[in-house]
Design a protein around this ligand. Structure first.
Ligand SMILES: [Zn+2]
Length: 176
């Protein structure tokens, strides 16, 4: 499959210590790579080249001010842009550092899901039902299901797109 190369940058809010983990999630062959995507970090050359998305870590209060929509409360948010300006992933710092109450897994499992999910939006994918292909609570959740809202009794935490039916592209740019 020809690779669709997506370029991204870290904003200074993303702790340096967390960046290798994020890079590993993006390079996981069972992740978006299995759907034909490759990711290239732009580092200091951000100004010279087209960047598809940037990764930022934001405080919950700041997110509530920026995106005062009830359905985004307590979540990480990706603001989708098409054209010149990159999409913007805001990782909610509270979630980044603490597993949500109804997510059944470790912090690393949660972080891997969160990166895969928000990057999924940034490259054009929409939300999914927990189990679009059917199954029970032992079946891997769709990566594009909002696992922050809970996996307990629903599906098993999952950050790997290869383990599920192919997700669908979204029809138009928006914030989600
Ligand atoms: Zn989402």
């Amino acid at each position: 499959m020809p690779k669709k190369v997506k370029r991204y940058g870290f904003l200074s809010s993303v702790p340096k210590v967390d960046r290798p983990f994020i890079r590993r999630v993006l390079a996981n062959p069972r992740g978006w790579a299995s759907a034909g995507y490759a990711f290239e970090s732009v580092g200091r050359n951000r100004a010279q080249k087209k960047v598809d998305f940037v990764i930022d870590v934001a405080e919950e209060d700041d997110l509530l001010r920026r995106f005062p929509h009830d359905d985004l409360r307590g979540l990480s948010v990706t603001s989708i842009h098409r054209g010149a300006s990159p999409s913007h992933i805001y990782l909610n710092r509270t979630n980044w550092n603490r597993v949500p109450a109804n997510f059944e897994g470790s912090l690393d499992e949660y972080r891997a899901y969160l990166i895969a999910h928000e990057v999924g939006h940034a490259i054009g994918f929409d939300h999914e039902e927990p189990l679009p292909g059917g199954g029970d609570e032992r079946t891997p959740c769709a990566v594009m299901y909002q696992q922050t809202r809970g996996t307990r009794g629903v599906c098993s935490p999952n950050s790997e797109i290869e383990r599920e039916r192919r997700p669908k592209k979204m029809a138009r740019p928006r914030i989600l």
